[in-house]
Design a binder for this molecule. Sequence first.
Ligand code: ZN
Ligand code: ZN
Length: 409
Amino acid sequence: MNLNNLEKYAELIVKRGLNLQKDQILVINSPIECAPFAREVAKAAYLAGAKDVVINYKDELFSKIRFLHAPDIVFEEFPDWQKDFYLTYLHQKAAFLSIAASDPEIFKDVDPNRLSTAQKVANTALKEYREKVMNNENAWCVVSVPTIAWAKKVFSHLPEDKAYNKLFDVILKTVRVDTEDPIKAWDEHKDNLNKRADYLNKSDFSYLIFKNSAGTDLKLELAEDHVWLSALEYTPEGIGFIANMPTEEVFSMPKKTGVNGTVVSSKPLNYNGNLIDNFSLTFKDGKVVDFSAKKGSEVLKRLLEMDEGAPYLGEVALVPVDSPISNSGILFYNTLFDENASCHLALGKAYNVCLKDGTKMSQEQLAQKGANDSLIHVDFMIGTKDLSIIGVTKDGKEQVVFQDGNFAI
Ligand code: ZN
Ligand code: ZN
């Protein structure tokens, strides 16, 4: 990668990802290893008129030391000042950028009980912040740049510096920074995704039936008044932003109690510093009633037990296997990339924006429409080259939506 490309990437994130407004504050959550890029984004933000930039650095190596050696009690508490940090900037209408880059197995030696306790405590403390961001009350965006530990996992046959540079080049390609005018490339891309969402909205399917040779056979009912969305989303003030870069998905809301059958994972899931792999989930009336995993079974079990809504679905997303990320053939061990190379579902909380007027509804109204609520929202990949999806309308008409892993429409 060259400096020019980093500048282009930072500008793309500020102008299209976050659509940062004049005098707005930008909060960046960044791994400490990614500081040079966080600074580049900060510069682009000030040049675009930001009032201020706040960088919140995370250190996963320190977190590992803490998880391994600190007393139990620290994982049962969440500091008020951290909660205040997020809520203060949330109420000031800041934009939030997260740089997602981690060693996929950083916490593999940590007691899963500690991890799930800490996760639950943090997600409970940050519930208001997480809900408001998921409702798009503030502009938010998730992007990536490599760390060496992550790059070594993706390209294990290469020496550190080569693996790092290669992962950087691949990432820049997936976010179209390798094109002459990335901003224009994104404007075209979001229009294309929007056409797919439009088609699905017009089709107004009641059910989707997923099938492939790996054993997936799932009947998924969509929530009443569901809406299919893609790249471009809006804050209540009408500021359009792109929550994930890259993004290749169109996504919507399953009905909480309307999912039946079995899904088989098609890629490993990096969750909370652990890998869950070769797993399947069986649903009855929306709830996971059986599961198996060749790897990470204990972590998956605790994830499903997080709260009442954790074993129910909150998202269904369609991504063709012929997408640029998928065609790279690379397994990223990072959900931002892997979910955009594959059809996926998410366990846990639904996006209320996936319902018509969903952000204006009370909890009772949302529940009535079939929206799931949970402390978690965890995407997992199910798309394969032979995946077929049939859409069924209210009056029982069937239509092929996906054939051989790609849109048939
Ligand atoms: Zn998704
Ligand atoms: Zn998701």
